[in-house]
Design a protein around this ligand. Structure first.
Ligand code: UD1
Length: 435
């Protein structure tokens, strides 16, 4: 199992090429199940979750091939994002097994497309995960409203609609990203019109909608809480480029903030980062648009405390909460973070405290009293965003930090140690098997 070793205290400056968004690429890959033509996706990040989705689709019979894109930008930071071709003309299975679904909750995104295309799907229940119970009831009830019969049996969701799905008015009680994506894909091939109210508006949902439209779907209201979908009988293949990762962008903006440097986030889109930019401005980290992305610079001597609460887009993203908490740990004063999307998403707190952070959790809120300095320590990564918050803290801490269980980080951050060391970080991966 790999570990990361960081010696903190360097000021990081330079350029970072932002990868394609994992959370956009995953549903886009699942959309290949909707057609028997080839879907070509570009700017797909090289991260473990993408490999898991590719493996799952291959098991279902999708022909998945990837080609490395050898793209060097002006800062000489190579991008290892890939172009993936997916062809679902030879689907031979409708079962997404527990083995793969348990590794990655987003596997449930194959449910809607399989059902819409083949009239049957059997997908393992994702079960609990490190950041709370995360149910799939909204995916299931939405598909039922589209006419599917659903049985929950032996840990599997068995869904059938032998005569096809039919359009419906679906009001989501919670603006779930995954449920919106699953239902939008299913409704694209349903008979008649579907309205999804209280739909999630995250840019990754918009990216999926744009790709589906290029494939021949009829979707309006993209980027709003009300999606209107007129079902079509078939979809075609297309060539689509995945949106840049706003969470990776925000994470590297905090790298600049916590180390007191300036980073150019190449490819980043400021319009997808507004709430993060607003909070960071108050902290003393300014984000400005540049020709090919966003520049993040620490502009104040001290890091100022701020209060944030996570919300659905365009509010402050839950996926940036842990990173901001690392930054607040070394601020001048007390900050408050309230997590309102997921339960149990403060697992980074005990690890940050082991580095000397002063954080108290009360229910869904945490009070962070800034300390003058964090100190390096051996740490345990617990989930994707928690892991990267430990990397951020390690970059700012005095001395050596060792982060264990880096596979959590590898699920969603492409070559983090290479990107950081290109900007001056003292960081290396220790491959335990080849020591
Ligand atoms: C996606 C993102 C994840 C991000 C999250 C919120 C991907 C692959 N993952 O996850 O990184 O943190 O959005 O922005 O895109 N809920 C239900 N029932 C359901 C579905 C969801 O109650 O059937 C609840 C969840 O428990 C949670 C809230 O809805 O409290 C939002 O979850 P959701 O938007 O569905 O998150 P994911 O799509 O799983």
């Amino acid at each position: 199992m790999d570990r990361l070793r960081i010696i903190g205290g360097q000021v990081l400056s330079g350029s970072v090429r932002i990868s394609g968004a994992k959370n956009a690429a995953l549903p886009l890959m699942a959309a290949s199940l909707l057609t028997d033509h080839t879907l070509v996706l570009r700017n797909v990040p090289k991260v473990a979750d993408i490999d898991t989705m590719a493996q799952l689709l291959a098991e279902l019979g999708v022909n998945v091939s990837d080609h490395k894109v050898d793209d060097h930008d002006s800062s000489n930071v190579a991008s290892s994002s890939v172009c993936v071709s997916l062809n679902g003309s030879g689907l031979e299975s409708v079962t997404a097994s527990y083995e793969l679904v348990r590794k990655m909750r987003a596997s449930v995104l194959v449910l809607g497309p399989l059902l819409a295309r083949l009239g049957y799907a059997c997908v393992s229940m994702p079960g609990g995960c490190a950041i709370g119970p995360r149910p799939v009831d909204l995916h299931v009830s939405g598909l039922e409203q589209l006419g599917a019969k659903i049985l929950l049996k032996d840990g599997y969701i068995e869904a059938s609609a032998p005569k096809g799905l039919r359009g419906a008015n679906i009001e989501l009680p919670v603006a779930s990203v995954g449920a919106t994506e699953n239902l939008m894909m299913a409704a694209s091939l349903a008979d008649g019109d579907t309205i999804i109210s209280n739909a999630a508006c995250e840019p990754e949902v918009g990216d999926l909608a744009e790709c589906l439209v290029k494939m021949g779907a009829s979707i309006s209201g993209v980027g709003t809480q009300r999606l209107e979908i007129s079902g079509v009988s078939t979809l075609r293949g297309t060539d689509y480029t995945v949106v840049p990762d706003r969470i990776e962008s925000g994470t590297y903006a905090i790298v600049a903030g916590i180390t007191g440097g300036t980073l150019d986030l190449l490819g980043a889109r400021i319009e997808h980062m507004q709430s993060v930019a607003d909070s960071l401005t108050k902290v003393g980290v300014e984000l400005t648009k540049i020709t090919d992305g966003v520049r993040a610079a620490r502009v104040s001597r001290e890091i100022c405390p701020v209060t944030i609460e996570t919300e659905p887009y365009p509010g402050f993203p839950t996926d940036m909460q842990a990173q901001l908490m690392a930054l607040f740990s070394v601020s001048q004063g007390a900050s408050m973070v309230t997590e309102s999307i997921f339960e149990n998403r403060f697992m980074h707190v005990p690890e940050l405290c082991r580095m000397g952070a002063d954080i108290n959790v009360h229910g869904s809120s945490a009070i962070i009293r800034g300390v003058a300095e964090l100190s390096g320590a051996p740490l345990m990564a617990t989930d994707l965003r928690a892991s990267v918050s430990l990397v951020l803290a390690g970059l700012a801490a005095k001395g050596e930090t060792i982060i264990n269980r880096v596979y959590h980080l590898d699920r969603g951050y492409e070559r983090v140690e290479e990107k950081l060391s290109a900007c001056g970080a003292d960081i290396e991966r220790i491959d335990e098997d080849h020591k």
